[in-house]
Ligand binder design. Sequence first.
Ligand SMILES: [Zn+2]
Length: 338
Amino acid sequence: MWAQVWAQAWAQAWPQVRAIGRKRADAGRVTVPEGDTLRRTAARLDLALRDGVLDRSDLRWPSAATVDLTGSTVLETRPYGKHLLTRVSDGRTLHTHLRMDGYWRVVRTGSSEAAARSPKVRAVLAAGPWTAVGHLLGMLDVVRSTDEVTLVGHLGPDVLDDDFLPDPEEPTPTLPPLAPTPVGIDDPGRRRWEGPGLEEALRRWDRQGGRPVAEVLLDQTVVAGLGTIWTAESLFARRVWPWTPAVEVDRPDLVLRAARAQMRRSVAAGEELARVHQRAGRPCPRCRTPLVEGSVGVLPTARPTTWCPVCQADPHHRPAPPVVHRWTGVAAAERRRH
Ligand SMILES: [Zn+2]
């Protein structure tokens, strides 16, 4: 009981001291961080470090072990798709990617957690009262900010970018605009396309031909930021069968808009508001038919998606591919036989 009270008091006193981009598990399965989580992570890192002078920089990564960022002022942490770009005043950028299990925590400088003794720690940045500790990061590089394009230049438009839509939308108070800075991916001279991100994403979509729509949404070079959660959710929202060939999708713009709207809501809410993701066997929120799971892509990158066989039925009655077990690579039907 008292532990609960203590936990509540702690949460109220130090709202910043919360796990960010933390590992989440549902029924034993890990949910990989997507663009919305990255956006929240960047906001927390900004809250803790932005405009602060780094008095600690500890990068536990072979290629960056000798890099020292102390003395530099943190300009901002910019999310792009599933990447984080922490820019500092000496013209360098710390690039990190959470991949499967990574997360950043912001803790009080001087606390035991700030000591970062865990072997899972890959990066520590501290500025005054706050220390940001990066656990199990999947990628880490330090580059000149003007070279950020070498890290994220292959990606399509970020679905959460301020200029993604060609038309104005309701501002969300909890979603501060990403102020453009004259370096890297925001440099107009380096911009890889003209106009709003949505239009560029649709141009890239047009080149996907017969590729299943779920695979296209997961492809970061078409549109950046979606993973399995928002792929499943946006297709459910638009009642699209996940294996519909890209060329057959009626209104790809509405699928991308649905993904963006759902992800913005998730950023604002501070948690994923998924309706079908990882809910196979449970009733569809619309029609009560049990949701089912299918596989998108081919091994070794096949990923599960959840869909409603009624709301998202294929008008041509094509069969969904068999479910492939992510870890063993054995089709579920095959496993049942043995
Ligand atoms: Zn349904």
